[in-house]
Design a protein around this ligand. Structure first.
Ligand SMILES: NC(=O)c1ccc[n+]([C@@H]2O[C@H](COP(=O)([O-])OP(=O)(O)OC[C@H]3O[C@@H](n4cnc5c(N)ncnc54)[C@H](OP(=O)(O)O)[C@@H]3O)[C@@H](O)[C@H]2O)c1
Length: 274
């Protein structure tokens, strides 16, 4: 691994994993640009905040143009901006599903399409796409969130093939519960049977994300590894639960794995089957 200072753009750096990543990359000597939809005034985190809404073509174009005008190059793009929609499939409207994919999938794609011409011209670059454990294995009540992250993983893997022959690489990160104040979005209409189960799961997810989740620093360190490595991994699971469940999905018989997930989601009657 060789170290040189890189120009890195981190989307969604106003809080959580994005902020921890921007802080760590700046401490490691990189020239870091974080983004927020409404950058707050004041404070100097040691890196520069740019306005960006990943759902807007104009905002993405303006952000990438501003970075090019300042630095003339972009060595790393960390597609981190996102939120989590928690809802049973049957209580999710098409509009809610589209909104989830608009940020988590199309937002990341919009950023890649804007940054890739710059990286192609340089013939070098790193794209780090923030998926989730839910991007490796679907979970109940996270169908639309999981769909957004599965879609992101698919396009990341396709893109990485298409970049063979260049020094541009794509890395997919799959964190489990990290300690952030991630915004959970909810269905506008409750399902009569499923809403109560969904609320139970949401309470546990919120507790995990807001209090007992993993330190965002372990995530930021994986981003730094992907940005700095000469040969970054295509996929990296982050956190013991992500590593264990992804391995279990690969190795367990499907029925056993599904039973494990259904039990964790407390969906099975004590004598039931998945
Ligand atoms: N926390 C976890 O347990 C966990 C686990 C697996 C994966 N992840 C993934 O990690 C990423 C970061 O999540 P987090 O936990 O750090 O949550 P967070 O603290 O809520 O941060 C989300 C960031 O995304 C930004 N954002 C949201 N919508 C945006 C948009 N349309 N355009 C630009 N920026 C937007 C927010 O910025 P503004 O609102 O300031 O614009 C914020 O900075 C997400 O992709 C999430 O799916 C998180």
């Amino acid at each position: 691994m060789s170290f040189e200072s890189k120009v890195v753009l981190v989307t969604g750096a106003s809080s959580g994993l994005g902020r921890a990543t921007a802080d760590l990359l700046a401490k490691r000597g990189h020239r870091v640009y974080g983004t927020a939809r409404r950058p707050a005034a004041g404070g100097d985190p040691g890196w520069t905040m740019l306005p960006l809404d990943v759902c807007s073509d104009a905002s993405v174009a303006a952000c990438v143009a501003a970075l090019r005008a300042r630095e003339g190059r972009i060595d790393g793009l960390v597609n981190n901006a996102g939120h989590a929609f928690v809802g049973a499939v049957e209580e999710t409207s098409l509009e809610e599903a589209k909104a989830q994919l608009e940020t988590n999938f199309f937002g990341a794609l919009r950023m890649m399409l804007a940054v890739l011409p710059v990286m192609r011209a340089q013939n070098t670059g790193r794209i780090v796409n923030v998926s989730s454990l839910a991007g490796a294995a679907p979970f109940p009540f996270l169908g639309v969130y999981g769909a957004s992250k599965h879609a992101l993983e698919a396009i990341s893997e396709s893109l990485d093939y298409e970049l063979i022959g260049t020094a541009i690489r794509v890395t997919i990160l799959q964190p489990d519960g990290m300690r952030t104040s991630i915004g959970f979005h909810h269905p506008g209409t409750d399902h009569p049977i499923l809403a109560a189960k969904r609320r139970q799961l949401l309470t546990r997810l919120e507790e995990g994300a807001h209090t007992s989740g993993n330190d965002p620093l372990i995530f930021a360190e994986e981003v730094a590894r992907a940005i700095e490595s000469d040969a970054p991994s295509l996929r990296t699971a982050i956190g013991d639960m992500a590593k264990g469940l992804i391995e279990a999905r690969r190795t367990l018989p499907e029925a056993a794995f599904r039973r494990n997930v259904a039990e964790r989601a407390q969906l099975l009657p004590s004598s039931g089957g998945a």
